[in-house]
Design a protein. Structure first.
Length: 320
């Protein structure tokens, strides 16, 4: 083809490209659904706080769809949804850790496009006031002196209040024995009653009782000092280097959602999460805004699958 012919064809090619771009529907074209856990839970709170901002910037209604019970049903719903950015899930670590404890109809890496880690929340190491330990080092010494004699209370299998103490057992080289309860609330009541001696659990379920003096906090489980609990040392600085156990909430879309849509959702969620009013309400609820990149969130999930996978295997944890 001659140069003259190429030049003559160029306007036609550009026109065709423009027509193709114009025919592609702008995103979003319908209401956006965020599927999450029980009403009143962390996923519900975060989703409802960011929904108005997302709706305003995306120009579509954002609907929060609560699904009670196990993570498997909502996770499968999103994994199988049309990957067009109109369906996503807001869920905690059980979404990606559940497949390590039982067979699931979804793969946490292959079936989802990570959007952002929305929030994280510190956990606390707390003891009954009668326990002869005023620090993590003293708790470790006590547990080593009386192996298998100290008990920790936890909520459901695979919850943060189950996995965090097992991680502590593994990293500190101790044997504090699990006593399971139906939820965090009953476990805390058991600690107050002296029926168990230790809990390593979410700050949201423990902070009020710590402030009242009914239980004693030894440390916070973030790697760095926590703005939520500035007066508490970290576990990692108290004799267990590298210990970290936080409650997280991530936002994910179905796999194969177009990159430009995921990028836009990431940007708009970051704006909504970092809005001063939203951020202050989340902080008051014990949640720190993260709003990281898709790449950082994906790397975190893979790291957690390796790190907590080791704990789950060693402790022989299976879903009930």
């Amino acid at each position: 083809m001659t140069l003259r012919a190429v030049i003559q064809l160029l306007p036609i090619v550009l026109l065709a490209q423009h027509a193709g771009a114009a025919s592609a529907p702008a995103y979003p074209t319908k209401p956006i659904r965020i599927i999450t856990s029980d009403p009143g839970g962390t996923g519900d709170l975060v989703s409802r706080l960011i929904a108005p901002g997302l709706s305003r910037h995306l120009g579509q209604q954002v609907v929060v769809d609560n699904r009670t019970g196990n993570v498997i049903i909502p996770a499968e719903m999103v994994a199988r949804a049309t990957p067009d950015g109109h369906t996503m899930i807001a869920y905690g670590g059980t979404l990606w850790l559940q497949p390590l404890m039982q067979r699931t109809p979804y793969d946490p890496i292959k079936d989802f496009s990570a959007i952002t880690l929305a929030t994280s929340s510190p956990c606390l190491v707390v003891v009954h006031p009668a326990v002869a330990a005023k620090s993590v080092k003293e708790l470790i010494a006590l547990a080593k002196a009386y192996p298998g004699k100290l008990n920790y209370g936890s909520g459901g299998t695979g919850s943060i209040s189950h996995l965090a103490p097992e991680l502590f057992n593994s990293m500190a080289g101790v044997q504090i024995v699990r006593v399971p309860y139906k939820g965090a609330g009953p476990a805390v009541l058991s600690l107050i009653a002296g029926e168990v001696q230790v809990i390593v659990g979410s700050a949201g379920s423990l902070a009020a009782q710590v402030k009242s003096g009914k239980i004693h906090a030894l440390a916070v489980t973030t790697l760095q000092s926590s703005a939520q609990f500035p007066d508490l040392p970290t576990v990692t600085a108290s004799g267990v280097p590298g210990f970290e156990a936080v409650q997280t909430l991530g936002m994910l879309a179905p796999a194969k959602t177009p990159a430009d849509i995921v990028n836009r959702l990431n940007r708009e969620m970051a704006k909504a999460l970092n809005h001063p009013d939203v951020k202050s309400k989340l902080f008051a609820a014990g949640l720190d805004v993260v709003a990281n990149s898709q790449q950082e969130f994906t790397a975190m999930i893979k790291s957690e699958l390796t790190r907590m996978g080791k704990v789950i295997r060693e402790a022989g944890i299976k879903a009930e």
